[in-house]
Design a protein around this ligand. Sequence first.
Ligand code: KG4
Ligand code: ZN
Length: 333
Amino acid sequence: MTAILAIETSCDETAAAVVLDGRNIASSVVSSQVDLHARFGGVVPEVAGRAHIELLTPVVAEALERAGTTPAGLDAVAATLGPGLIGSLLVGVSAAKAYSLAWNVPFVGVNHMEGHLHAAFLEDPEMALPAVVLLVSGGHTMIVHMGSEGHYRLIGATIDDAAGEAFDKVARFLGLGYPGGPVIDKLATSGDPTAIAFPRGLRGQGYDFSFSGLKTSVVNYVRKNPDVDVADVAASFQAAVVDVLVEKARAAAADLDAKSICIGGGVAANSALRSSIAAAAAADGRACFLPSRAMCTDNAAMVGATAWYRLRTDGPTPLDAAADPNLAIRFDL
Ligand code: KG4
Ligand code: ZN
């Protein structure tokens, strides 16, 4: 059995987990800094980096304790190398390298987005492949063809804002606070998704996405109609995002004859997206895998799962590998 301690500090969650054989979560601790950043209306990089420094040691200690293990029981230490905020990444990467040296176990650097792609295997090790994975987070929006574990092809991506970024910007404009996704999700349940016909970016035009026109359209509409019901705006905006995400993922799955559709990233916690993509997959006779909300948002267990796979295929990561804010996934199909 291989026990990996994984660390995730790419943005505003300080997380550590112990993962066994890449599939079993012995512990997963996530300490959110959301309250620290909320009053600024978004993540402040300098504040995030400093908070990671304070939180990381106790979070790692808790992950080891909850897993009922000690450093002597570990076979490797992993950390997210990128993409993310450089000041935040550096905290987790430096700590993981120091642990690796002190405990004499290999270090494994992990791509955060590959972590999101791997998250599904933690909850559904038998997920039918090939799969189409819709990866929607605060920084990325992509459709990925997963041919087999660890082998991917990029099918489409956003040409401007990421889906989560659109949720956050619209929520901020509407004065709903940060992060925007969960607030809009909740507010939308009491609104009418057909109340306002917001534009569906790049509909019917391949697999790329565009959300900046939608954001502008929400701003213009609310300025012209200041008395509009905010719940209707939230529901109509969310419907415009979900419609294009689902339409494109569904078309890609049909094109590639994928056996299953899976979602990942923070926006995959969205209830309208979850029900809509599940209904589309069912109508098309494809399996649909919706990881739990905790597994969709940032966590270290997904980093541990990826590290286990990468350790077996690529071996340990050299200790001089640097944190990289723009680290790209290796697309090899
Ligand atoms: O994957 P993640 O936790 O961090 C990044 O790697 O970006 O994603 C965070 C994003 C934020 O933009 C947040 O507003 C969005 O995910 N999000 C949601 C929901 N929960 C989180 N968006 C829509 N509906 C939600 N329920
Ligand atoms: Zn993420």
